[in-house]
Write a protein that binds this ligand. Structure first.
Ligand code: ADP
Ligand code: ZN
Length: 749
């Protein structure tokens, strides 16, 4: 790495340049450094901070691309030039962060009231480490005529010939191909015939072929595809909702827009809600376009990440599929962003820097005039309202592809047809599973709850096992022989006596998790081949791939799973879906409980009958009259969403108004409560502005911190961020107490 700095203790006045550098730390904005040469914004540099050295990014001095309201409060006093510390190096071999990515980072920070440096940290996860790695270098022929005095020995000729067929080549590759030694190659370089270059920079990735294997589209599909392609061809920012029933071929349809973007030579980003879905998706992509796309998620190896990052920055990699963090990749010429299953909650990042992947995908696309396609069978209320208001375009697929029909949905009234005590599967559901097995078809049981039992109670004293750090029950995981808190990392071994009264063998599990359903199914169908799918048992994409393979090759009769089974899977022989507890999501009663339950159940129902055989869905419920159940039975998503809208509109609840949660937490309950009350006293006031709370959070204790919540709600035409900023900047500081802000909250815990 270049050492091009002055010693920072130098007292001499030297000519130099003031640089604004954003560092991955929770500060209000960039810091000033000194450099002996000017560096363009986006350049990655090493800088000292305290006693550490960090990778930062040369930043624009003014975020003029942000609305005035959004700009962070003005920066502190300006430090005299001679007191500035010098940068210690430049990451010469790492491509700079492009303008639009820096603007995006400022945007995400301003929108969510996060420190810009912490948002930068997401984008820097790769280059920060790449800086300390030596990049792979190779040789190319230096352009221009042969220098006069060069003697071309046979060994030298062999090297040049080898370079003709493969350029650039590393020293090792060249000497293997030509038989010449490394000294010969070095000699050619010294003689001015070869020059060194980055290996990756000049080896183009294999390109996807837009015409590799296009499908024959149905009339309905072709119409939608045409509209999406037209959107891409406009080369301006547009958002289109592609709404289509499960199995209607939404992926095939948006692949046409991907193809159009590839033909323009622009890049495509496809976001998926879960990384476990990437394997099935990349297979499909390969069938359609002939090669595998780049994949981006947190579980990639460092080397792959680094190569992918550079290839995207240099525009060599055209298609990336990934999780929401892929939004922070340094695309060189992004033309299309697809958000698959746009309604999914997993798009919301809930820890660290809070942001919604779908909403920020739209922001990112707008900054580069790219097209966005939001894809769903059950679009979010936010998106539907944007369609209604004419801000988004809308394409609809009404029919399943080919001969597949929508599944038939029925409800099992558990009050009348419930199972015996201690069991959870209704006899009606079990009969149906048996029939399917006889017919050689597959079934699936869905319960959105990990572990064996959500609660354990002592029969002797009534004590319930609770997490010592959270207000949450300990969940039994029988296979792993532990009790686990699902809110913090706390686990303990299974115990045989009550931790409160000491009674032996008095602890009983209450309610089912998927493990318990698995046990029950095993007892009921001893000959069935069962497979469990839960996010804690299938943790890696590879494990998921193996599970998918088993199902597809019909080595499985009955699948039992949590929400991972509800996703976009396509299993043609799966004809029965049983929902063990359809009412589960309705409790808790947050803003979107009904909407979310509807989306989840619709999605899981959509797994049934995707092939030639008709599908059937059975919902076990104690609440058959609930609007969600009625809508599912009538397959009437639209009226349901209209009812939901009617409930939210008058109180200007999102999406008809804006919402931010303010969470106050402290190690002592009194501290948290006091600060929350003080905040409420100084809350913003005015027409169309309302503050609700403070109230103890539903998760009143989390990781040993007591939590209180306030909600700021405004009319849609009132921007939240300036209100929040003024409010919280003036907030009293208390030792140990913390104030967290969640703009557009998804979780109300
Ligand atoms: P969705 O995402 O809407 O649930 P998919 O895109 O997964 O639906 O499509 C369901 C199945 O139908 C997939 O196996 C897909 O390959 C197939 N399919 C959809 N449209 C076509 C088409 N035009 N030609 C061939 N196969 C198609
Ligand atoms: Zn806990």
């Amino acid at each position: 790495m270049a050492e091009n700095s002055l010693p920072s203790h130098s007292r001499r006045m030297e000519a130099g340049h003031r640089l604004s550098v954003l560092v991955p730390r929770p500060l209000d904005g960039p810091l000033d450094y000194r450099s002996d040469r000017p560096l363009a914004p986006g350049t990655l540099v090493r800088v000292p901070l305290g006693r550490q050295e960090l990778t930062g990014c040369v930043w624009d001095s003014q975020p003029t691309h942000l609305p005035a309201d959004f700009r962070p409060s003005s920066r502190g006093r300006v430090i005299a030039f001679e007191k500035l510390r010098s940068i210690t190096g430049v990451l010469e071999h790492v491509p700079p962060l492009p303008d639009d990515l820096r603007q995006f980072i400022d945007w995400v920070a301003a929108y969510g009231l996060s420190a810009p440096g912490m948002v930068l940290a997401i984008a820097l996860r790769v280059p920060a480490q790449a800086g300390s790695m030596k990049p792979a270098m190779g040789w190319v022929r230096k352009p221009g005529p042969l220098p006069d005095k060069v003697r071309l020995t046979p060994a030298r000729r062999a090297v040049l010939a080898a370079l003709e067929s493969r350029s650039p080549s590393s020293t090792a590759m060249l000497s293997e191909a030509s038989g010449a030694s490394a000294a010969v190659i070095r000699g050619l370089a010294n003689a001015g015939l070869l020059e060194e270059c980055l290996m990756e920079a000049s080896s183009p990735a294999e390109q996807a072929d837009p015409d590799h294997a296009p499908p024959v589209l149905s009339e309905e599909q072709a119409e939608a595809a045409e509209a999406l392609v037209a959107g891409v061809e406009e080369r301006v920012f547009t958002v289109t909702l592609l709404e289509g029933v499960t199995g209607s071929g939404k992926t095939e349809v948006y692949f046409e827009a991907v193809a159009a973007c590839l033909k323009q030579g622009r890049q495509v980003l496809v976001l998926l809600p879960e990384i476990v879905l990437t394997a099935q998706w990349t297979d499909r992509f390969e069938r359609r376009f002939g090669i595998r796309p780049a994949v981006w998620h947190s579980e990639l190896g460092q080397k792959t990440r680094r190569e992918t990052w550079c290839a995207i920055a240099e525009g060599r990699q055209q298609v990336v599929v990934g999780a929401r963090s892929a939004l922070f990749l340094p695309f060189a010429n992004l033309g299309l962003v697809v958000v698959d299953e746009e309604h999914e909650n997993t798009y919301k990042q809930e820890e660290g820097v809070l942001y919604h992947g779908r909403d920020m995908a739209i922001v990112r696309a707008r900054l580069v005039q790219a097209a966005v396609i939001l894809v769903s069978a059950t679009p979010s209320m936010e998106t539907l309202v944007n369609v209604q208001k004419g801000r988004f375009r809308h394409e609809v697929l009404e029919a399943r592809h080919g001969t597949a029909q929508m599944p038939e949905i029925s409800l099992i009234d558990m009050k009348a047809h419930g199972p015996e005590r201690g069991q959870f599967l209704s006899p009606l559901l079990c009969e149906s599973i048996e029939e399917r097995m006889k017919a050689g078809e597959q079934s699936m049981l869905f319960l959105n709850r990990r572990g064996y039992a959500p609660m354990t109670i002592c029969r002797a004293c009534g004590h319930r096992l609770q997490c010592p750090h959270c207000s949450a029950w300990m969940v039994e995981h029988r296979r792993r022989r532990i009790l686990a808190c699902h809110h913090c990392e706390y686990t303990q071994p299974l115990i045989s006596s009550c931790s409160d009264c000491g009674a032996q063998d008095s602890l009983v599990p209450i309610g089912p998790g998927v493990e318990r359903i698995h046990e029950e199914a095993q007892a009921r169908f001893p000959d069935a081949r069962l497979l469990s799918m839960a996010s804690d048992t299938l943790t890696s994409p590879a494990a998921m791939e193996e599970a998918v393979r088993k199902i597809s090759s019909r080595e499985v009769d009955l699948i039992i799973g949590t929400q991972v089974v509800a996703k976009g899977w396509h299993f043609p022989d799966l004809t029965l879906v049983g929902v063990v507890d359809a009412d589960l999501g309705l409790g808790g009663g947050d803003l979107r409980a009904a909407e979310r339950t509807m989306q989840l159940l619709h999605q899981v129902a959509g797994r049934a009958g995707r092939g030639t055989k008709p599908g059937q869905v059975m919902l076990q419920s104690y609440a058959g009259d609930h609007p969600v159940m009625k809508a599912l039975l009538a397959n009437d998503f639209i009226s349901f969403m209209e009812q939901e809208a009617a409930q939210r509109r008058p109180g200007f609840w999102p999406p008809y108004g804006r919402l931010a949660a303010v969470i106050v937490s402290a190690p002592k309950e009194r501290q948290a409560e006091e600060l929350a009350r003080l905040l409420a006293l100084h809350a913003p006031r005015g027409e169309g502005i309302q503050v609700l709370g403070p109230a103890p959070a539903p998760l009143a204790l989390l990781r040993d911190r007591y939590r209180y919540r306030l909600l700021l709600r405004t009319r849609r035409d009132i921007a939240l961020q300036p209100l929040l900023r003024r409010w919280l900047d003036g907030a009293p500081r208390r030792n140990d107490a913390r104030i967290d802000v969640d703009v557009d909250p998804v979780s109300f815990m």
